[in-house]
Structure formats: structure tokens, C-alpha cells
Design a protein around this ligand. Structure first.
Ligand code: NCD
Ligand code: ZN
Length: 358
């Protein structure tokens, strides 16, 4: 198969991984684990549970709950064997160097996540002053454990559309001077500023990009009425930023790789006077990314982004199994059953995507 022709209607890729996902906990896992494991082998499980995953022991217990739901699911035996949730610790003002050492030696903790306190969903226990984390950063650097960043400042007076750029300028620029070899992933980047920042650094600094930030901009969120299912953090930006993200994601540069940031919130919590932030995409993530890449004639670049560059950054082998995607339209379900009688509305609910999983 020659994957560079415009007329391509089928593409086989190494099995992708998701380097940023929210599976939530307990009953939610019945839905989220089956959806994630249907498409991905490794998934980086974000730790913003209530209460957060702060230690290696908590990460281990959380992983056990995830695997239990995997076994209870109706997935094939092959998917059950391949699925490998990789854990993260939630950095707080009280995380110790010992916590990092234990995590690094655990074999299941792949990275540490920094949420500036108040930046997003379940971030109240996050870091209030990054200067209080310097010993932890030193330990991460020593153990070669990546620091995953929710890169937004939280000062009340900073405009929501400027929060990512201000984080780069005011916070990250200082961190990288003090820790020049610290591995960093700028998660779910949303601006050309973030893309430029990552491009200007060495290969130890990378970024994940979500399907929504490749396919949509703030007009989709706000024109003609507020569309709560497009509301996530960092918030969708101008079209010019969307275009740059699509450029870098499809460029074949290994600094940019797949992280869905699939973030389930029950439909009634999204369609609400104070709607939760997060787009749910796990079950349809690959058709979404394929649609985005194909929209600029770059479907041939999907395998690098989805299946090669993430493991390369994390120092893990690429997967050996494959998936096949076909250019056959699929209708995105209007909703999925969630727990306690609630439902989950996915990104692009009820709409038709040109690509589907075979
Ligand atoms: C995420 C969530 O709901 O946990 N929400 C979101 O809008 N992306 C948290 C996060 O990654 O910011
Ligand atoms: Zn997230």
C-alpha cells in the first residue's frame, strides 16, 4: 500500500497510544476503559481524581481498578492483553523527592502531572507556587521522569484566551533555564505560541494535541449559541491557531504526538448554567484524527503522530499490532450510557465522520 496517494481509502497503522486521557474512577470506568482500550494500547491516565492520585501506592491501586474493569468489559481477549494503562502522579505543594523516587522505581508511573491550582477540572489541590517544586523538578530530571504540564496561568485578571501564552512566557521559560534536561510535555497545546515554543526547544520538550484543537476553533464554541460540548480547557482559540496546530501535527515532526484529553463529564453537567470543561472523544478519537489529517491531505502522517512519536519520546517500544482505518462514513453516537442513569455526549455527537475503524 502506498500511503501517500490522495485517493487513499484504507490505511493500516501500528496500534496507536493515547498520551493524555481521563478515565475517571469506579463506576465511570465501566464506560471509559472499554472505549479507550478499543483503540489504544498504552494510555497515560491523568491523576485528577477526587481525591487525586498523589503517590505510587495510590497509582498502583487506581491501575488495579482500571484493569478490573478491563477484565469485566466485552472487549476481545486480544484487546484485554494489549491494553496497558500507564500512570501519572498529581503534583501538589507537598509532593516530596521521596514520592518521585518511589514513582520512578515503580515501573508503572510514567510521568508526573502539574496542574496550576485552579486551572481546570479537579485542580484545586494543584501547585500554588511553582518555585516550591524545584527539588521535585530536580528529582524528575535525575530519574528521567517526564513533567507533564497543564500550561495555563490562573491569575484572575489574565484573560482566558491568553493564559497559555502567559504560562510559556512567565513560568515555563524560567523552569527550562533552571532544569535544562528535564523532559517536559506541554499537554493539549492550543496556540501557535505553544507550537513555536516547543519547536524552539530540544527534543526533550514535546507536546500533545487533542482532536478538538485540530478540528475546531472558538467560533465553533460560541457562534450561533454556546455549544457546551466544545468547551474544554485550555479553551479553543482563534482559527489561525487551529491552522498552526494542524500544520505541526501533520508535519511529521516527532515533537508533536497524540493525546486526546478525552475528559468525560455526564451530559447534564455539560449542558448546565455552569458547564464542566472537557470533551469526550475516546471512542471516536482515531476517526476524528484521521478526518483532521485527511482534511489537509496528510493521512500519511497519521501513523507517526498516533503510533511512533509518543513511544519515541517516552523511551518505549512502538506497538507491534496494527489497526486499519477505512474511508467509510460513520455516524458518531448521540450519546453513551454512563453511570447512575446518566449519559455521556461525545464530541461531534450525531454527526458523520468520513473515516472509521475497520
Ligand atoms: C479535563 C478534565 O475534565 O479532567 N478537562 C478539560 O477541559 N481538558 C482536565 C484537563 O485536562 O484540563
Ligand atoms: Zn486533560
Amino acid at each position: 500500500m502506498n500511503p501517500t496517494t490522495d485517493s487513499m481509502t484504507e490505511i493500516t497503522l501500528l496500534q496507536p497510544d493515547d498520551w493524555h486521557i481521563h478515565l475517571r474512577d469506579n463506576q465511570a470506568l465501566a464506560t471509559t476503559v472499554a472505549h479507550a482500550a478499543a483503540s489504544f494500547n498504552r494510555v497515560i491516565c491523568m491523576p485528577n481524581l477526587v481525591p487525586p492520585v498523589k503517590t505510587f501506592e495510590q497509582a498502583h491501586a487506581y491501575r488495579t481498578r482500571i484493569l478490573q474493569h478491563l477484565q469485566d468489559s466485552e472487549l476481545s481477549a486480544e484487546r484485554k492483553v494489549s491494553f496497558d494503562p500507564r500512570m501519572t502522579l498529581y503534583l501538589t505543594d507537598n509532593t516530596t523527592v521521596q514520592d518521585i523516587e518511589d514513582a520512578a522505581k515503580s515501573g508503572i508511573v510514567e510521568a508526573v502531572k502539574l496542574y496550576p491550582a485552579g486551572a481546570t477540572t479537579n485542580s484545586a489541590d494543584g501547585v500554588t507556587d511553582i518555585n516550591g517544586c524545584l527539588d521535585v523538578f530536580e528529582a524528575l530530571e535525575k530519574y528521567d521522569l517526564p513533567l507533564l504540564l497543564h500550561g495555563e496561568v490562573t491569575d484572575d485578571h489574565v484573560d482566558i484566551f491568553d493564559r497559555e501564552k502567559r504560562f510559556l512566557d512567565d513560568v515555563l521559560a524560567q523552569v527550562i533555564i533552571k532544569f535544562p534536561t528535564l523532559k517536559i510535555v506541554l499537554e493539549h497545546i492550543t496556540t501557535s505560541d505553544a507550537a513555536d515554543f516547543v519547536l524552539s526547544q530540544g527534543n526533550h520538550i514535546a507536546a500533545t494535541i487533542t482532536p478538538q484543537h485540530l478540528m475546531f476553533n472558538r467560533n465553533h464554541l460560541l457562534l450561533g449559541g454556546i455549544k457546551p460540548h466544545f468547551y474544554c480547557l485550555p479553551i479553543l482559540k482563534r482559527e489561525q491557531h487551529q491552522k498552526v496546530l494542524l500544520d505541526v501535527a501533520t508535519s511529521g515532526n516527532p515533537k508533536f504526538f497524540l493525546g486526546t484529553d478525552s475528559a468525560p463529564h455526564a451530559t447534564d453537567k455539560k449542558e448546565n448554567a455552569c458547564g464542566c470543561a472537557g470533551c469526550y472523544s475516546a471512542a471516536i478519537a482515531m476517526p476524528l484524527y484521521a478526518t483532521a489529517f485527511d482534511s489537509v491531505g496528510k493521512i500519511d502522517k497519521l501513523e507517526g503522530f498516533a503510533s511512533r512519536f509518543g513511544p519515541q519520546f517516552y523511551g518505549l517500544p512502538v506497538n507491534e499490532n496494527t489497526i486499519t482505518m477505512i474511508k467509510t462514513p460513520m455516524q458518531v453516537p448521540t450519546d453513551y450510557p454512563y453511570f447512575d442513569g446518566s449519559s455521556l455526549t461525545p464530541l461531534m455527537a450525531g454527526e458523520t465522520l468520513p473515516w472509521s475503524l475497520k
